[in-house]
Design a protein around this ligand. Sequence first.
Ligand code: ADP
Ligand code: ZN
Ligand code: ZN
Length: 736
Amino acid sequence: MTGAPPILRVALPLPLPQLFDYRAPEAAPARHEDAGRRIRVPFGSRELVGVVAALGAPDAPGTELRTALGWLDEAPMFHGELLASLEWLARYVHAPLGEVLATALPAALRRGEPLPATHAWAWRLTEAGATALSGLRKGGRPRRFADLLAAAPRDEGALDDAMEAWRAAARALDKRGLVERFAIPASQVAPAPQPGPDLNPEQQAAVDALRSAQGFTPHLLEGVTGSGKTEVYLHAIADCLARGRQALVLVPEIGLTPQMLGRFRARLGVPVHALHSGLNDTERARAWAAAWRGEARVLVGTRSAVFVPLPHAGLIVVDEEHDGSYKQQDGIRYHARDFALVRGKALDVPVVLGSATPSLESLHNARTGRYRHLSLTRRAGEALPPRVHVLDVRKRPLDAGLAPELLQAMRDAVDAGGQVLVFKNRRGYAPVLVCHDCGWSAQCRRCSTTTKGAPMTVHGGGRRLQCHHCGARRPVPQACPDCASLALQPQGTGTERLEELLVQRFRDVPVVRIDRGSTRRKDALQRRFDALGRQPGVLVGTQMLAKGHDLPNLTLVAVVGIDEGLFSADFRASEKLAQLLVQVSGRAGRSDKPGEVVLQTHHPDHPLLQTLIHGGYRAFADEELRQREAAGFPPFAHVALLRAEAKAAAAPVDFLQAARDALQAAAGARDGELLLHGPVPAPMPRRAGMHRAQLMIESVDRRRLHAVLDGAMPELYAVPAARRVRWSLDVDPVDF
Ligand code: ADP
Ligand code: ZN
Ligand code: ZN
């Protein structure tokens, strides 16, 4: 048997926990350097793209292994560190390695396409284009695009910054032979770096601390909005580049604006590669490939960018580290911030977590000395902190949910030439439709809360009903289905109704609504902000307005409709609400104009509001951490949530009961260290027609929790009840 080549142990993108053994293709026997390479294999009657996770001893004579069909690349797609980190992640989330590896790859590479070329692309006018230019309609998009190129050929990154939706114009003109695309070396695309402001002493101290970090050192950079955190990142990245290393910057979904990318590109003097969900498959694969080849020096991306290869890593930054969009909520439920720390450790590089409102997890880690704590306590430049008032609206007359004093303050702000932001965390026209005569209310037929059908939200100015849980839509009925009365009334206020009222009140200035309903299209958000510019006006919207685009002329922020958030059952609700309030407030008065914040509430004495106003986020966090510790909640305990859903009402609980037995058996005699809560119905027990239940698994000892999960996992896949449900395990869940 000596000399027989090793077999391949292949991770396949299947919901099965094991690796699959194959013989290497005959023409290309396996070598030990092959771990991390993509390979095409037969599986049943299908062909799958897998990744070699390990090499195994040659198979014993007589076993019938199938032979792999062929290698997809010469070199491993996952270098040593990345493969090892992803193996760690698969163990941590208790998911099949093949599914984790598939999640980490851009879709095109997952399908087996080759690693794309990574030179940059630029556009120029052709000779025909130069002649035809003056014939193009003035002001039209093709003309604007052609005018840009007439000034100078431009690379695609520069075009992204200069003009929105330029690709459509480029395609149209390309068809007519008026413009052409050409390849240029990626290193050529960057403009010369522009200098930034001089750092203030706090910023300088933060930059010095980062500069002195040797190897893996986690930092929490806590700084109010506008305190200059981004400037600190830029300096740390410049240092990292000077050492010839790569920097990875993670930003929340909504934080990756063209404004922000433009700032990075202008300041760093190297190409900045973006990686986010707005890119198509080819663009994503290209950014990934540029990282893999070490050509991408700076990568700025949203959640899944945490999976890029970093062969020359030097620094990882996680901006707005508290942001909920870092947690993947389906499939492989990873947390990009937490995984960024795992990679930082494996790569032995400093990691910076930045936020004005750090997560309680990160604050806890900073306070117990696991992270270095850096603080920026005042706004950079000229801007002053906003003044915050609580407006008590008990017994006050309200107009679409707004008190007269608030409307007056808005009027004053607009008359003074400023912009006003009205924040309301409910989209649609009204949250419920009721019959004034019999009390009937419109409910979704496929979703229920614990007591009744889930209310449907009124949309389309009062014409349409929509379920925010499953997306179901139907027209508003002509008459009450129960009593035939015509007295159907929308109750409560959503952003659409607020917009309707404000348009009537503020006829002299633009009123712009920003929420998921109004900004579904890719560039819509940016376009709406650009259209408003710096002129006086009113913005109405949901938490999409809490961050992202910089609004220098915003002088008043009005927060309405927060009261139900003050009394939520979810133990994370207070943290989320406090973060949202501080983030929204931080948007007021970013430059020379002072800012003002009005919190309208029926509960002006609520401890959360009082603590926030008098002590700020720090005081809130201190108090909240004390309560979490007393109650034994995260970060003082570790939790995993097992969820199950099925069409049949009893199936989820049957499965979870079997799972509970398996977990108890795995815990054995030491089950006192493990708490099992449930099975219980999910907070929304029926969604889109599926019955849902959950089982919470908790321990103060993280290793113990994982040991028990490891012990029980094979049983969860094997129990007969598992075949009648869709189930998933969520380690460190953020939503319950
Ligand atoms: P953050 O990321 O904390 O919100 P930024 O880095 O975006 O803060 O800075 C907020 C604003 O202040 C930006 O317009 C930035 O250019 C400016 N700024 C930052 N640092 C300084 C400084 N040291 N001096 C003057 N202006 C600064
Ligand atoms: Zn009725
Ligand atoms: Zn529904």
